[in-house]
Structures are given as structure tokens and as C-alpha cells.
Design a binder for this molecule. Structure first.
Ligand code: TMP
Length: 198
């Protein structure tokens, strides 16, 4: 594929503020004349909708391998049908979660992270992957009624440890999300503009 666009992923714990930051980034880039588009995982496709309905909103989690395969299938669908065409059309694609969510969340179940990478081989390497860093306690205070099977402090702590490993490896860039939204948004915009050479 000749890639002409720019692919940004924004990652973080549940309720870290990453959806707001992704939306703000797309709005700000659009106002500056860039052709930017917001997308999310689980995606709006059939597999993504299945995940939201039958995997995330349950009393108990489905087996970890099933989770990992479903998220990988949704990602392949999302990548082929939405992300690649948008990048080929030259757009800046901002994805609210992508591969690192699987590595962190399904990795946190004890599954081998390298196996999770393998089943996600069709995923695209992001041009910029941001980790919105918020303490587990702060994020968990925002979970009023447990929306998803993942929103428990012990799970989020393990997820955070894995995200921080990816930051240490240089795969992700951390942004402090534990401060006013505008301040984090400014830092994210700076990181993006630097990479777009603007
Ligand atoms: P969100 O819509 O608030 O981002 O929630 C999606 C949930 O799905 C969140 O708890 C993280 C989880 N998730 C995974 O476990 N693995 C994945 O690959 C993705 C994309 C999401």
C-alpha cells in the first residue's frame, strides 16, 4: 500500500479522557485545514458492535483467547475497510484505541503479548501512538456504574503496567492526562504538528 496519510492512535485506561482528546485533536486539525477523521475501536463495524454488546457488557469476561481473537478480527476489518482507504485518500486518521489496546488489555490477562502481536499482523504501525497517562485511582473514580467488564482497579493496574512497558520501549509517547484537558490537548497537538513538519 502506498500510504499517503498519517495514522495516530490515542490510548489509555478506561476513562482516561482519550476519547475527548481524540475528538479535540480531530477538531483542532480540521480547523487548521487538515483533512482529519476520528475513528474508534471496538469499531462501528459488525464485529465491533458484537464486541460492545456481547463481550464488554457482561457479568463475566469471556475467555481471554476469545477476547483477543475477536478484537483482532475487528481490527482487521476496521483496518481494511476504513483505516487503509482513509490513509490512501491522504487523511489524518485518529484512532481512539488500536493495537496497543489489545497488547495491554488482553496481555493483562496473562496471554503472551508476542502471540497477540502475531494475530494482529495485519494491523498498521501507527505513525504516532500516544499513551494518555492518568493514575488508575483517578480514572476509576470516573467509572460511576461499571460500564464494561474491564473497569476494575486490579485489571486497570495490570493494563497500565503494560502500557508503561510500551512507553519505555519507545513504541508509545506518554502525555500527562492528569491535568486540565486543554493542557494535555496542547501537548498532543504539538507532538502531531512536529511529526507533520508544521
Ligand atoms: P472504550 O469504548 O471506553 O474505549 O472501551 C472499550 C473497552 O474495550 C475498554 O475497556 C478496552 C477494551 N478493549 C480491549 O480490551 N481490547 C482491545 O483491543 C480494544 C480495542 C478495546
Amino acid at each position: 500500500m502506498t500510504k499517503r496519510g498519517f495514522f495516530i492512535c490515542i490510548e489509555g485506561l478506561d476513562k482516561s479522557g482519550k476519547t475527548s482528546q481524540s475528538v479535540i485533536l480531530v477538531e483542532t486539525l480540521s480547523k487548521r485545514g487538515f483533512n482529519a477523521i476520528y475513528t474508534t475501536e471496538p469499531s462501528d463495524g459488525e464485529i465491533g458492535r458484537f464486541i460492545r454488546r456481547h463481550v464488554l457488557r457482561r457479568e463475566r469476561r469471556v475467555p481471554a483467547v476469545v477476547e483477543a481473537l475477536l478484537f483482532a478480527a475487528d481490527r482487521a476489518d476496521h483496518t481494511e475497510n476504513m483505516i487503509k482507504p482513509m490513509l490512501q485518500a491522504g487523511k489524518i486518521v485518529v484512532s481512539d484505541r488500536y493495537l496497543h489496546s489489545s497488547l495491554a488489555y488482553q496481555g493483562a490477562t496473562g496471554l503472551d503479548v508476542e502471540w497477540i502481536r502475531k494475530i494482529n499482523r495485519s494491523a498498521i504501525k501507527p505513525d504516532l501512538a500516544i499513551y494518555l497517562d492518568v493514575p488508575v485511582e483517578v480514572a476509576m473514580k470516573r467509572c460511576v456504574n461499571n460500564k464494561s467488564v474491564m473497569e476494575w482497579p486490579n485489571i486497570q493496574r495490570r493494563v497500565q503496567n503494560l502500557y508503561l512497558q510500551f512507553v519505555r520501549k519507545g513504541e508509545m509517547i506518554p502525555v500527562n492526562g492528569n491535568r486540565p484537558m486543554e493542557d494535555a490537548a496542547k501537548d498532543i497537538l504539538t507532538l502531531v504538528l512536529e511529526r507533520l513538519n508544521c
